[in-house]
Ligand binder design. Structure first.
Ligand code: 13P
Length: 251
Protein backbone atom coordinates (compact mmCIF):
# COMPACT_ATOMS: atom_id res chain seq x y z
CA UNK A 1 0.00 0.00 0.00
CA UNK A 2 1.30 3.45 -0.83
CA UNK A 3 1.34 5.91 2.04
CA UNK A 4 -0.66 9.03 1.12
CA UNK A 5 1.22 12.31 0.92
CA UNK A 6 -0.14 15.85 0.99
CA UNK A 7 2.22 18.70 0.19
CA UNK A 8 1.54 22.42 0.42
CA UNK A 9 3.38 24.56 -2.09
CA UNK A 10 3.30 28.09 -0.70
CA UNK A 11 4.81 29.46 -3.93
CA UNK A 12 6.05 33.07 -3.63
CA UNK A 13 3.82 33.89 -0.65
CA UNK A 14 4.64 34.89 2.89
CA UNK A 15 6.39 37.30 5.20
CA UNK A 16 8.11 36.57 8.49
CA UNK A 17 4.87 37.51 10.24
CA UNK A 18 2.43 35.59 8.01
CA UNK A 19 4.64 32.50 8.00
CA UNK A 20 4.66 32.58 11.81
CA UNK A 21 0.85 32.70 11.77
CA UNK A 22 0.59 29.86 9.28
CA UNK A 23 2.95 27.71 11.33
CA UNK A 24 0.88 28.43 14.42
CA UNK A 25 -2.24 27.34 12.54
CA UNK A 26 -0.57 24.17 11.27
CA UNK A 27 0.58 23.25 14.78
CA UNK A 28 -3.08 23.30 15.85
CA UNK A 29 -4.22 20.84 13.17
CA UNK A 30 -5.17 17.30 14.03
CA UNK A 31 -3.33 15.41 11.31
CA UNK A 32 -4.13 11.79 10.54
CA UNK A 33 -1.58 9.12 11.31
CA UNK A 34 -0.45 7.12 8.33
CA UNK A 35 0.10 9.97 5.89
CA UNK A 36 3.06 12.19 5.10
CA UNK A 37 2.53 15.95 5.28
CA UNK A 38 4.97 18.40 3.70
CA UNK A 39 5.01 22.18 3.45
CA UNK A 40 7.13 24.03 0.92
CA UNK A 41 7.72 27.65 1.87
CA UNK A 42 9.84 30.13 -0.08
CA UNK A 43 13.53 29.48 0.62
CA UNK A 44 13.78 32.50 2.92
CA UNK A 45 11.38 30.89 5.37
CA UNK A 46 12.62 27.29 5.28
CA UNK A 47 14.53 27.53 8.55
CA UNK A 48 11.58 29.20 10.25
CA UNK A 49 9.26 26.41 9.09
CA UNK A 50 11.69 23.63 10.04
CA UNK A 51 12.07 25.06 13.55
CA UNK A 52 8.38 25.86 13.99
CA UNK A 53 7.08 22.48 12.82
CA UNK A 54 9.63 20.21 14.42
CA UNK A 55 7.98 17.23 16.09
CA UNK A 56 4.55 18.10 14.63
CA UNK A 57 4.39 15.49 11.90
CA UNK A 58 4.91 18.09 9.17
CA UNK A 59 8.17 18.04 7.26
CA UNK A 60 9.57 20.77 5.08
CA UNK A 61 10.49 20.86 1.42
CA UNK A 62 11.82 23.46 -0.99
CA UNK A 63 10.27 24.69 -4.22
CA UNK A 64 13.36 24.37 -6.40
CA UNK A 65 17.07 23.56 -6.28
CA UNK A 66 20.12 24.29 -8.38
CA UNK A 67 21.22 21.97 -11.18
CA UNK A 68 24.51 21.52 -9.32
CA UNK A 69 24.09 19.53 -6.10
CA UNK A 70 26.97 21.05 -4.16
CA UNK A 71 27.98 24.54 -3.08
CA UNK A 72 29.76 26.62 -5.68
CA UNK A 73 29.78 29.71 -7.84
CA UNK A 74 26.16 29.90 -9.00
CA UNK A 75 24.80 33.27 -7.99
CA UNK A 76 21.29 33.33 -6.66
CA UNK A 77 20.80 29.55 -6.67
CA UNK A 78 20.47 27.19 -3.72
CA UNK A 79 22.21 23.81 -3.82
CA UNK A 80 20.41 20.64 -2.82
CA UNK A 81 23.10 20.03 -0.22
CA UNK A 82 22.24 23.38 1.35
CA UNK A 83 18.54 22.55 1.38
CA UNK A 84 19.30 19.26 3.11
CA UNK A 85 21.51 21.14 5.59
CA UNK A 86 18.59 23.50 6.32
CA UNK A 87 16.39 20.53 7.23
CA UNK A 88 14.49 20.01 3.97
CA UNK A 89 13.40 16.51 3.04
CA UNK A 90 11.72 17.11 -0.31
CA UNK A 91 12.12 19.48 -3.24
CA UNK A 92 9.83 20.30 -6.14
CA UNK A 93 11.41 19.99 -9.55
CA UNK A 94 9.86 21.10 -12.82
CA UNK A 95 6.89 23.00 -11.46
CA UNK A 96 4.92 24.34 -14.44
CA UNK A 97 5.39 27.93 -13.30
CA UNK A 98 9.13 27.42 -13.68
CA UNK A 99 8.79 25.52 -16.95
CA UNK A 100 6.44 28.00 -18.57
CA UNK A 101 7.31 31.37 -17.00
CA UNK A 102 11.05 30.87 -16.54
CA UNK A 103 11.81 28.63 -19.51
CA UNK A 104 12.97 25.63 -17.48
CA UNK A 105 13.40 22.76 -19.90
CA UNK A 106 13.07 19.00 -19.44
CA UNK A 107 16.85 18.51 -19.40
CA UNK A 108 17.28 21.08 -16.61
CA UNK A 109 14.49 19.42 -14.65
CA UNK A 110 16.27 16.08 -14.98
CA UNK A 111 19.53 17.57 -13.65
CA UNK A 112 17.71 19.05 -10.66
CA UNK A 113 16.05 15.69 -9.98
CA UNK A 114 19.45 13.99 -9.91
CA UNK A 115 21.03 16.78 -7.83
CA UNK A 116 18.28 16.49 -5.23
CA UNK A 117 18.64 12.73 -4.90
CA UNK A 118 22.39 12.87 -4.67
CA UNK A 119 21.95 14.92 -1.47
CA UNK A 120 19.30 12.66 0.02
CA UNK A 121 16.34 14.88 -0.83
CA UNK A 122 13.21 13.35 -2.35
CA UNK A 123 12.45 15.11 -5.63
CA UNK A 124 8.81 15.75 -6.39
CA UNK A 125 8.71 15.80 -10.18
CA UNK A 126 5.89 17.98 -11.52
CA UNK A 127 4.38 17.23 -14.91
CA UNK A 128 1.25 18.37 -16.70
CA UNK A 129 -0.23 19.68 -19.89
CA UNK A 130 -1.49 23.15 -20.84
CA UNK A 131 -5.09 23.81 -21.82
CA UNK A 132 -4.12 23.97 -25.49
CA UNK A 133 -2.34 20.63 -25.23
CA UNK A 134 -5.38 19.01 -23.58
CA UNK A 135 -7.71 20.46 -26.19
CA UNK A 136 -5.45 19.07 -28.90
CA UNK A 137 -5.69 15.66 -27.19
CA UNK A 138 -1.96 15.68 -26.45
CA UNK A 139 -2.13 15.26 -22.67
CA UNK A 140 -0.64 11.78 -22.45
CA UNK A 141 2.02 12.54 -25.04
CA UNK A 142 3.19 15.65 -23.14
CA UNK A 143 3.21 14.00 -19.74
CA UNK A 144 4.97 10.93 -21.08
CA UNK A 145 7.68 13.13 -22.63
CA UNK A 146 8.19 14.99 -19.35
CA UNK A 147 8.50 11.72 -17.42
CA UNK A 148 10.53 10.06 -20.17
CA UNK A 149 13.31 12.64 -20.17
CA UNK A 150 13.89 12.15 -16.44
CA UNK A 151 13.54 8.38 -16.71
CA UNK A 152 16.17 8.33 -19.42
CA UNK A 153 18.53 10.53 -17.42
CA UNK A 154 18.33 8.86 -14.01
CA UNK A 155 16.91 5.38 -14.64
CA UNK A 156 13.74 3.85 -13.26
CA UNK A 157 15.26 2.79 -9.94
CA UNK A 158 15.62 6.48 -9.01
CA UNK A 159 11.82 6.68 -8.96
CA UNK A 160 11.83 4.44 -5.88
CA UNK A 161 13.09 7.55 -4.03
CA UNK A 162 10.93 10.15 -5.74
CA UNK A 163 7.38 11.43 -5.95
CA UNK A 164 5.54 12.45 -9.12
CA UNK A 165 2.96 15.24 -9.14
CA UNK A 166 0.49 15.52 -12.00
CA UNK A 167 -0.55 19.15 -12.23
CA UNK A 168 -2.57 20.07 -15.31
CA UNK A 169 -1.57 23.67 -16.01
CA UNK A 170 -5.17 24.67 -16.79
CA UNK A 171 -6.21 23.62 -13.28
CA UNK A 172 -3.52 25.55 -11.39
CA UNK A 173 -4.83 28.59 -9.57
CA UNK A 174 -7.90 28.69 -11.79
CA UNK A 175 -10.48 27.03 -9.57
CA UNK A 176 -10.88 24.39 -12.31
CA UNK A 177 -10.03 21.00 -10.86
CA UNK A 178 -9.58 17.99 -13.10
CA UNK A 179 -12.37 15.54 -12.41
CA UNK A 180 -11.26 12.49 -10.44
CA UNK A 181 -11.68 10.44 -13.64
CA UNK A 182 -9.60 12.85 -15.75
CA UNK A 183 -6.83 12.83 -13.17
CA UNK A 184 -6.99 9.06 -12.67
CA UNK A 185 -6.53 8.49 -16.40
CA UNK A 186 -3.27 10.45 -16.43
CA UNK A 187 -2.03 8.96 -13.14
CA UNK A 188 -2.63 5.46 -14.49
CA UNK A 189 -0.73 6.34 -17.68
CA UNK A 190 2.23 7.64 -15.65
CA UNK A 191 2.27 4.48 -13.56
CA UNK A 192 2.05 2.33 -16.70
CA UNK A 193 5.00 4.18 -18.22
CA UNK A 194 7.09 3.48 -15.14
CA UNK A 195 5.79 -0.11 -14.96
CA UNK A 196 7.06 -0.76 -18.46
CA UNK A 197 10.54 -0.14 -17.04
CA UNK A 198 10.04 -1.70 -13.58
CA UNK A 199 6.67 -2.90 -12.27
CA UNK A 200 7.65 -2.92 -8.63
CA UNK A 201 9.04 0.63 -8.69
CA UNK A 202 5.86 1.74 -10.47
CA UNK A 203 3.65 0.05 -7.87
CA UNK A 204 5.42 1.90 -5.06
CA UNK A 205 5.80 5.41 -6.46
CA UNK A 206 3.42 8.01 -5.11
CA UNK A 207 1.67 10.11 -7.73
CA UNK A 208 0.02 13.27 -6.38
CA UNK A 209 -2.63 15.38 -8.05
CA UNK A 210 -2.30 19.17 -8.03
CA UNK A 211 -4.48 21.93 -9.43
CA UNK A 212 -7.07 23.84 -7.38
CA UNK A 213 -7.30 21.12 -4.73
CA UNK A 214 -9.66 22.20 -1.93
CA UNK A 215 -11.00 20.32 1.06
CA UNK A 216 -14.31 19.94 -0.75
CA UNK A 217 -13.68 17.33 -3.41
CA UNK A 218 -10.35 16.14 -2.02
CA UNK A 219 -11.70 12.83 -0.74
CA UNK A 220 -13.08 11.95 -4.19
CA UNK A 221 -9.73 12.67 -5.83
CA UNK A 222 -7.76 10.76 -3.20
CA UNK A 223 -10.19 7.86 -3.50
CA UNK A 224 -9.04 7.09 -7.06
CA UNK A 225 -6.78 4.05 -7.31
CA UNK A 226 -3.69 5.83 -8.69
CA UNK A 227 -4.03 9.15 -6.83
CA UNK A 228 -1.85 8.97 -3.73
CA UNK A 229 -2.38 12.46 -2.36
CA UNK A 230 -2.21 16.09 -3.38
CA UNK A 231 0.11 18.96 -4.17
CA UNK A 232 -1.82 21.95 -2.91
CA UNK A 233 -1.13 25.58 -3.82
CA UNK A 234 -3.55 28.32 -2.76
CA UNK A 235 -5.43 26.24 -0.20
CA UNK A 236 -2.20 25.41 1.63
CA UNK A 237 -1.92 29.04 2.75
CA UNK A 238 -4.91 28.47 5.01
CA UNK A 239 -3.97 26.11 7.85
CA UNK A 240 -7.51 24.93 8.52
CA UNK A 241 -8.22 24.23 4.85
CA UNK A 242 -4.88 22.47 4.44
CA UNK A 243 -5.54 20.43 7.59
CA UNK A 244 -8.91 19.39 6.19
CA UNK A 245 -7.25 18.28 2.93
CA UNK A 246 -4.76 16.21 4.93
CA UNK A 247 -7.60 14.61 6.84
CA UNK A 248 -9.31 13.73 3.53
CA UNK A 249 -6.15 11.86 2.56
CA UNK A 250 -6.17 9.96 5.81
CA UNK A 251 -9.58 8.36 5.58
P1 13P B 1 -3.36 25.69 -6.75
O1 13P B 1 -3.75 24.64 -5.71
O2 13P B 1 -3.35 27.07 -6.22
O3 13P B 1 -4.15 25.51 -8.00
O4 13P B 1 -1.83 25.37 -7.14
C1 13P B 1 -1.45 24.09 -7.49
C2 13P B 1 0.03 24.05 -7.60
O5 13P B 1 0.61 24.57 -8.54
C3 13P B 1 0.78 23.37 -6.54
O6 13P B 1 2.12 23.18 -6.90
Amino acid sequence: MRRPLVAGNWKMHGTLASVAELIKGLRRQALPAGIDVVVMPPALYLAQAVAGLEGRGVVVGAQDCAVEPLQGALTGEIAAVQLADAGCRYVLVGHSERRLLLGEEDAVVARKFAAAQSCGLVPMLCVGETREEREADRTLEVVSRQIGVVLEAVGVSAFARAVVAYEPVWAIGTGLTATPEQAQQVHAAIRAQLAAADPSVAAGVRILYGGSVKAAGAAELFGMPDIDGGLVGGASLNADEFGAICRAAGC
